[in-house]
Design a binder for this molecule. Sequence first.
Ligand code: SAM
Length: 248
Amino acid sequence: MLGLKQLRRWRKKNLSWFHPEYEANGLAVKNRKLDFLDEPRFVAAWEAAVAGNREGWPRKMPDIRWRAHMACWAGRHALTLEGDFVECGVHTGLLSMTVCHYLDFATLARRFWLFDTFAGIPVDTLPAAERDKAEAFNESHYFDVWEIAERNFAPYPNAQLVRGVLPGSLAEAELARIAYLSVDLNSASAEKAVMEALWERLAPGAPVLIDDYAFKGHDDQYETWNAFASSRGRMIATLPTGQGLLLR
Ligand SMILES: C[S@@+](CC[C@H](N)C(=O)[O-])C[C@H]1O[C@@H](n2cnc3c(N)ncnc32)[C@H](O)[C@@H]1O
C-alpha cells in the first residue's frame, strides 16, 4: 500500500494532465502563469461580449477567452501605431466586442470597420473546392445576425458595420491606414483576397490576427496564409490558441 507522501508523488507524476489550470477550446495548460485571464479589465470585457453574443450562438457559445485576450493584446499594441481597426468576419462580434470594451473604444479617435455579410458565408462567390465546407458552416452556425450585431455595437459610434460580400465590400469603407486587423472568414480564398487588398494599408508592425490559422480541418487556410506571408518575406507565429499572428 502507498503512504500519503508516495500517493501524492504518484498522483503528481501520473495524473497531472488530468488537472490543467486552463482547459477550453481544445487547449489545456498546466504550470504557467495565467493571471492575464483574470485581469479585471479583461474579465469585464469578456463578460460583456459573452452577454451580447449569446443569441449569435444558439447551440453553444465557444469559450474562446484566450483567443479574445490575444485580440485585446493586439488591439492594445495597435494603439501605439497610426490607423483604424478592421475585422473581416464579425458575426455578432464575440472577438471585436471584447476588444471594444477592453479598449473603451468609444473614447478613441479611431474607427473600427466591421465587415461581414452578417448572414453567413456567400457560397456563390467561392471556388468549387470550398463550397461544401462553407455550406456545412452556414447550416450549422450562421443565420441573419444583422440586428444583433447592430445592437451590440450601438454603444460604439465609431464602430462601423459594413454589410456585404468581401473583398468587394472593402470599397464601401473610407479605409486609409490600418493599425489592427483581425481576419476570421473561414474561407481561404476570401481571406487571401482581403489580405492582398489590405496589406499595403497596414501600418509597419501592425498585427494581423488570423483566427483559424492552425486548426485541424482548416488546412487550405493554413497553406494559403503561409504562402501569403512568405510572399511578403514574413513568417506567421502559431499561438497556442490555434490563432496565427502576422506582423506587417
Ligand atoms: C467565424 S465567423 C466570425 C466570428 C467572429 N470573428 C466572432 O468573433 O464571433 C465567420 C464570419 O465570416 C463571414 N464571412 C465569410 N465569408 C465572407 C465574405 N466573403 N464576405 C463577408 N463575410 C463573410 C460569415 O458571415 C461569418 O459571420
